[in-house]
Design a protein around this ligand. Structure first.
Ligand SMILES: *Cc1c(COP(=O)(O)O)cnc(C)c1O
Length: 393
């Protein structure tokens, strides 16, 4: 069966993905099973999406209860779960208003549009440029790939959208010199995810905030990967004693159902009026009902504390590996957004781990990224570390 599926996929699915040769059939918690019955401990979690693990019973129940009641009516009308989710998000963040959409790229599109219209509304028509970071990742739509600081994402799709400047991450002087009279926003991942799990230097994000304040520039945080508990706080900005003006969320917000959200404080959000932006599916009842259960579980079951604890333990174990293997150059990350930079290609390591029953992820060719469900246990981490120790030998 798995061979038939693979052969069929190669005929009928667009060729945009290079896939591993397994067909995943079901999951429970941190474990996945393929169609041949082999099981894997999942350190990918659907790319930092399934933070509560697979087939979470509470989320499934909330989802099916809502599915039996009402799927969709569009944003022409009010629906209860959408309002409740927006209330929870605003009560638990710096933000006052939420725009819902269906993916990370769409949330970032909304943020880019809001930053531009904010200054238009103020009569500052010339302020439209956005400064983002080298090695950043903001999505694959035309605007978000233009914001992205990686050439390989843009290649073939030029001309990119006009109005994006890039500076090196962690270089406050470069950022200060790039912010000009036509800059409307600085757009940044507090920890770069896809670009290699790069963490901000001590004081950097506070200095970014200050540079924005001094110039009246908006600060947009892309927390699509870092949000919803991943780094050991609900939102990564909470680690850095500062707040952005706009924040985008997606990935883990509904534990695997498609959702995006763009949050902003009142004065900024006010620039969006009726008709300025919209999404047919955005904040639809089924997805927001599931997401409400995700945030309820996160806050009531100490999941984020657990993430912080096992994340610290995991990082210690990766450092232990680094002392044993010259091929490991660096161990970095926060919470359960962790990575190990190798001095060689990582693909073979990923394949060997998969054969031994562990799913891990390789980014940028030589960086192993570990983004398991936040519910992962020490024993599962120890088992992966033992596997990596063997594979790296
Ligand atoms: C995944 C990701 C995106 C894009 O999200 P999609 O849902 O794939 O559009 C944008 N920014 C960051 C930081 C991400 O990790």
């Amino acid at each position: 069966m798995s061979r038939d599926i693979k052969a069929k996929a190669d005929q009928v699915i667009a060729k945009t993905y290079k896939r591993f040769p397994i067909v995943i059939e079901k999951g429970k918690g941190c474990t996945l099973w393929d169609t041949d019955g082999k099981n894997y401990t999942d350190f990918v979690a659907g790319i930092a999406v399934c933070n509560l693990g697979h087939a979470h019973p509470g989320v499934s129940k909330a989802l099916s209860r809502q599915a039996d009641t009402l799927f969709h009516v569009s944003n022409l009308y009010y629906t209860v779960p959408q309002v409740e989710l927006a209330s929870w998000l605003t009560e638990n963040s710096f933000a006052d208003r939420v725009f819902f959409c269906n993916s990370g790229a769409e949330a970032n599109e909304a943020a880019i549009k809001l930053a531009r219209i904010y200054f238009k509304e103020k009569g500052e028509n010339g302020r439209y440029r956005i400064v983002s970071m080298e090695h950043s990742f903001h999505g694959r739509t035309m605007a978000t790939l233009s914001a992205t600081g990686q050439d390989k994402i843009k290649k073939g799709f030029e001309p990119v959208l006009e109005g994006f400047d890039h500076v090196p991450f962690n270089d406050i002087d470069a950022l200060r010199s790039k912010i000009g009279s036509s800059t409307c926003a600085v757009f940044i991942e507090p920890i770069q995810g896809e670009g290699g799990v790069r963490c901000p230097d001590q004081g950097y994000l506070k200095a970014v905030r200050q540079a924005c304040d001094e110039t009246g520039t908006l600060l947009i945080f892309d927390e699509i990967q870092t949000g919803i508990g991943r780094t050991g706080k609900l939102f990564a900005y909470e680690h850095f004693d500062m707040e952005p003006d706009i924040m985008t969320l997606a990935k883990a917000l509904a534990n695997g159902l498609p959702i995006g959200a763009m949050l902003a404080r009142e004065e900024v959000a006010d620039a969006f009026g009726p008709g300025s932006h919209a999404s047919t599916f955005g904040g639809t009842p089924v997805v927001t009902a599931a997401s409400l259960e995700v945030v309820r579980v996160l806050s009531e079951e100490n999941i984020i504390d657990h993430c912080k604890k096992v994340g610290a333990y995991f990082k210690k174990r990766l450092s232990w590996l680094k002392n044993r293997h010259e091929s490991i150059e660096d161990v970095r990350g926060m919470g359960l957004l962790l990575a190990m930079k190798l001095n060689m290609e990582g693909d073979q390591i990923v394949t060997s781990c998969m054969e031994k029953g562990f799913l891990i992820n390789c980014i940028q060719g030589s960086i192993l990224r570990f983004i398991p469900p936040l519910t992962i246990e020490k024993e599962e981490i120890d088992a992966l570390v033992a596997c990596l120790d063997e594979v790296l030998n």
